[in-house]
Design a protein around this ligand. Structure first.
Ligand code: SF4
Length: 329
């Protein structure tokens, strides 16, 4: 049976290699077999960017241009903007009636993100409730599977708990419990070895030209203990080697691993191999990216939001009715 998949991306800045390898390649595989809903999570952006909303508007078009260039196909999948389908917000409200606050407070990312984004005031109702909004995003399409990185697993578990509670309280199995599909590349390091993030200024962006990207790769940190060419290195702690896992064949990687440990290869040559492979991998994407027009994006998001709205409205009616609302239903 086909799975129903829901996955969103927050428009909070330009997309980088992590999005391409960690999310988009996975979406493209999923859309071959499953029924997919991919959305621009603009309400989710507001949970952290409510004080600088310009970035949201600026990021939406570019983000979806990258989706299309990577091969996300609007003929196979429904692509839409979350805020264009207000049923998400109403289901979020309904779920909020049955969700104990302690369930939200114990979500690990709540404390971690608050700590990580110390410069922002995240003591808001919206930020505490964002995993619940995620649950509504998933449930409104009766999703059966959700692709996430390890750091988001707890959110899907919370979704299952809320769905179980809803179905139990109202004695109607309206929502299926979605399973977690762990993504193959949950985390990608930035050029300085830390998590790839625009706030660390260590990203290789999908909008970077080939030259810009290659320049960043040539400057990228390697094994910090390998000071001289003749020192043996350790690929396990090297950011460049972690990128090889994205674009280089297993046989070549094995060779590099062995040559690095015996200093048979230097970091400059190793980076050149990576650049060649990564350039080949990204060439079709870069070509298509030049051709996607902004007007195309606007019209397909509009159409996609209409399609998503039809499904979301039907589910919402069922939820309203189960909760004793919707007198015309
Ligand atoms: S040779 Fe390659 S894997 Fe080894 S430290 Fe240098 S860049 Fe990293």
């Amino acid at each position: 049976m086909r799975e129903t998949i829901v996955s969103g991306m927050r428009p909070t800045g330009p997309l980088h290699l992590g999005h391409y390898f960690g999310v988009l390649k996975n979406w493209i595989e999923l859309q071959k077999k499953e029924r997919c809903y991919f959305f621009v999570a603009d309400w989710h952006s507001l949970t952290t960017e409510y004080a600088q909303v310009d970035v949201i508007k600026k990021s939406v078009d570019d983000m979806v241009i990258n989706w299309l260039a990577a091969g996300v196909d609007p003929e196979r999948s429904v692509l839409f903007i979350q805020s264009e389908v207000p049923e998400h917000a109403e289901l979020h409200l309904l779920f909020s009636m049955i969700t104990p606050i302690s369930w939200l407070e114990r979500v690990p990312s709540y404390k971690e993100l608050k700590q990580e984004l110390k410069d922002k005031d995240l003591s808001t109702y919206g930020f505490l409730g964002y995993p619940l909004l995620q649950s509504a995003d998933i449930a409104i399409y009766k999703a059966t599977a959700v692709p996430v990185g390890q750091d988001q697993e707890a959110h899907i578990e919370l979704t299952r708990e809320i769905i179980r509670r809803f179905n139990y309280l109202y004695k109607k199995p309206i929502f299926p419990e979605p399973k977690t599909l762990l993504t193959e590349f949950p985390k990608i390091a930035g050029t300085d070895g830390r998590k790839m993030s625009k706030s660390y200024n260590n990203c290789i962006y999908l909008s970077d030209s080939e030259e810009e990207a290659n320049k960043k790769l040539m400057k990228c940190i390697t094994d910090p203990a390998r000071m001289r060419r003749e020192d043996p290195g350790n690929p396990d702690v090297c950011t460049i080697f972690s990128y090889h896992k994205l674009a280089t064949s297993e046989a070549t990687r094995r060779q590099i691993d062995a040559d690095c440990r015996t200093a048979a290869i230097g970091c400059v040559d190793c980076k050149k191999i990576l650049i060649k492979n990564l350039t080949e991998e990204l060439a079709p994407f870069r070509e298509r990216r030049k051709k996607v027009k902004k007007e195309e994006v606007v019209s397909l998001l509009h159409e996609g939001s209409k399609k998503a709205g039809l499904v979301a409205r039907q589910t919402l009616k069922e939820a309203q009715s189960a909760m004793g609302l919707g007198f015309s239903v």
